[in-house]
Design a protein around this ligand. Structure first.
Ligand code: SF4
Ligand code: SF4
Length: 425
């Protein structure tokens, strides 16, 4: 990395030694897991470049835009509507929470038995290693699971400009009313932050930009229905992860370029693994960069991941927002309708998620499901039991995995996953 970036990181208040250590971990993991894959689409090179510049050029681009008056809003959850942020000419960035950092310091603020994702968001703050978090003009938390709710009370003392959005837990009329009032409150907050009043045209444009990103991912997902799969699950996961912090229009173009290449591969029957490779659906907690452990174990154990039932995956992108209405209030209603469909495990009851998993099994001709629960994540671990029951009732093999971000259990996980894959052959 050039010295210019060191000055930029220093200006952001990052701890340069800790930050260098994080970048080393990131680039080693990326090299070992991504660059060693076989038969990758050539168009994935753009994503390799994005990853190599994730704390470099992309941050510089955001800071340059910020100098021109464009605000940066950070978020930890797919319930934060990017459409509203774009309509006020701001940028929404997903804040990574996919690696352990500053664990000892984190455990002075959070109980040890907190999920790794929440601990990671604290670690990145306490370790002063995340340029996105330090650049953000507003950081949005959300009242989803109990862990996050209580953690934001503490994070409020550590992060300037933390804004907490309340979210419903039941899909009732009351629940929708709560979401509506919270999305209007958020719209006002964004307007105050940016000094811009959101107009119909701007909101429509914001919706179209985000819908185009989602449509590109839909196109990619459809191509993954082919056998042999033209792209690995690891590469598909990476595109879903980059969704959260790249420039949206550039991201859409890049994913469409991958799809153009994959269409050619499919015509020529070129796959990343042989046709007989067992096809896995990964379901459960979201996987933020650089949380590639489980997909890497699965794909280095003789299977291919063909879909992710996850917020960094199909749960996060499957629904589009209606842009065919003509007032700000009608567009806001369309946004509320779209987000109220997200079937996060925070909802009770949550039958839509079970149905969606079954639909995905059929659509992607899946041989087995691996349910990923982050250790201490009550919503998803609790829900893994009904998921298992429904799938077993439908004779679909399932393996429930509970893990965290450490590498200590890799050997044990590999043994279990290899045995599961063997049973699918
Ligand atoms: S799993 Fe739930 S809380 Fe987590 S990002 Fe998705 S919607 Fe948000
Ligand atoms: S992984 Fe589970 S416990 Fe952790 S933040 Fe998400 S929903 Fe909450």
């Amino acid at each position: 990395m050039s010295q210019d970036y060191h000055q930029m990181w220093s200006d952001l208040g990052l701890d340069l030694d800790a930050h260098d250590a994080l970048l080393d971990v990131l680039s080693k993991a990326y090299g070992d897991i991504y660059l060693s894959q076989n038969h990758r689409p050539e168009t994935m090179q753009y994503f390799d470049f994005v990853m190599s510049e994730v704390h470099g050029l992309r941050i510089k681009e955001l800071l340059d835009e910020k100098e021109q008056g464009r605000k940066i809003i950070g978020s930890y959850c797919v319930f934060v509507p990017e459409e509203i942020v774009l309509a006020a000419n701001a940028t929404l960035i997903g804040l990574c929470s996919g690696a352990d950092f500053a664990t000892e310091e984190v455990e002075q603020f959070l109980p040890r038995n907190t999920c790794a994702l929440i601990k990671s968001s604290f670690g990145f703050k306490l370790g002063k290693v995340c340029p996105y978090l330090e650049s953000a003009d507003l950081v949005v938390g959300e009242n989803t699971c109990d862990g996050k709710k209580k953690a934001y009370e503490t994070l409020n003392d550590l992060v300037k400009n933390l804004y907490v959005m309340d979210l419903p837990q039941v899909k009732s009329n009351q629940g929708r009313k709560l979401l509506k009032s919270e999305y209007y409150r958020f719209k006002t907050e964004v307007e105050n932050l940016t000094g811009k009043t959101i107009t119909t045209d701007a909101l429509k444009k914001g919706i179209q930009i985000v819908n185009n990103k989602r449509k590109a991912i839909h196109r990619l997902s459809n191509l993954r229905r082919s056998n042999p799969s033209p792209i690995s699950g690891l590469d598909a996961l990476l595109t879903n992860q980059v969704f959260f912090y790249d420039n949206p229009e550039r991201f859409t173009d890049s994913v469409n370029k991958i799809c153009d290449e994959l269409e050619q591969r499919i015509k020529q029957k070129i796959g990343v693994f042989p046709e007989s490779t067992p096809r896995i659906l990964l379901s459960g907690c979201p996987m933020a960069v650089p949380n590639w452990k489980l997909p890497w174990i699965i794909e280095s154990s003789g299977a291919v991941i063909v879909g992710e039932e996850s917020c960094v995956g199909e749960r996060g992108v499957r629904n589009l927002t209606n842009d065919s209405v003509n007032t700000v209030d009608e567009l806001m209603e369309a946004i509320i309708d779209r987000y109220f469909k997200i079937d996060c495990a925070l909802f009770t009851p949550n039958p839509d998620r079970l149905n969606h998993i079954k639909e995905m099994v059929e659509a992607y001709t899946v041989d087995g499901v691996i349910h990923y629960g982050l250790q201490f994540c009550q919503p998803y671990i609790m829900e893994s039991i009904p998921v298992e029951k429904v799938l077993e009732k439908n004779s679909i093999p399932i393996l429930r995995v509970e893990t965290d971000y450490s590498m200590e259990d890799v050997g044990q996980l590999k043994t279990r996953i290899e045995a599961f894959i063997e049973q699918l052959k």
